[in-house]
Design a protein around this ligand. Structure first.
Ligand code: ATP
Length: 237
């Protein structure tokens, strides 16, 4: 199964973000890093993949599905927003998991069980019953990632997942992402500026520039190589 971008153009009002995106992403267990400077379109790309945004022109499709991409994406992708947004403030993490699963028509019991299980690996078990509004910034981030992952969709879309996490939580996140890929077979897209986290987990990089994919690098990179590549592409000294 493959997600295909056919001549995708995306504007906000008159402002173009993507001009003419043509690429294919095979849906196999992998971690894909979206990289590029502020404002280049990483979050927009994740939202297009999630079906939250529609292309202004062109089409996104799944090569195995006849219906609309939006319908497929609702059931098969989970988008975890950056910042402290994303979950319902007056629900705890278990309740949030059940709430968002019911919106997607996914088994709430399965999500609840997944959250309890995954929380152990993610060092979050003691926080499961805390209202989202009462969690710290980093713990809100963890809660949102946990809920996204526990819904069990094949594709997980993480927007700046390591922002606000302390050092131990960053390590938890990296091993959590690798487990999702290796044990659950997930396809994980990550938008991030965190070169250390990226170099630890990413198998495939998409460098965005000027409304296009400037470089498509299908292998892991050590952090120094990633930074050199970045400097080369964006002409940073
Ligand atoms: N809802 C919106 N309405 C209008 N313009 C928007 C909207 N969302 C994003 N933009 C603009 O689209 C461009 C791409 O934004 P996007 O958030 O996708 O970039 P990004 O690469 O994720 O940036 P960052 O690294 O700062 O998070 C930016 O110029 C931004 O100002």
């Amino acid at each position: 199964m493959t997600i295909v971008f056919d001549q995708v153009k995306k504007n906000y009002g008159k402002k173009p973000v993507f001009y003419n995106l043509n690429f294919k992403i095979p849906l196999e267990p992998t971690v894909i890093g979206l990289v590029g400077p502020n404002g280049v379109g990483k979050s927009t790309m994740l939202r297009l993949l999630a079906g939250v945004l529609e292309p202004t022109e062109g089409r996104i499709r799944n090569d195995q599905t006849k219906g609309s991409y939006f319908k497929w994406a609702c059931l098969h992708t989970s988008f975890v927003a950056s910042g402290e947004r994303g979950l319902m403030y007056r629900l705890n993490t278990l309740e949030n998991g059940m709430y968002f699963s019911s919106l997607k028509g996914i088994s709430t019991k399965r999500t609840e069980n997944n959250i309890r299980k995954m929380a152990q690996d993610f060092n979050f078990s003691n926080e499961l019953n805390t209202f989202f509004q009462n969690l710290s910034t980093g713990l809100k981030k963890k809660a949102a990632i946990l809920v996204g992952a526990a819904m069990g969709t094949e594709v997980l879309l993480l927007d700046e997942p390591s922002n606000g996490l302390d050092i131990a939580a960053q390590e938890d996140l990296a091993s959590f992402i690798l487990d999702l890929k290796n044990k659950n077979g997930n396809i994980i897209f990550i938008s991030s500026h965190d070169t250390q986290m990226l170099s630890g987990v990413v198998d495939h990089y998409l460098f965005l520039r000027d409304g296009q994919i400037e470089q498509n690098i299908e292998h892991k990179m050590a952090e120094n190589d990633l930074i050199s590549e970045y400097r080369g592409i964006y002409k940073r000294k």
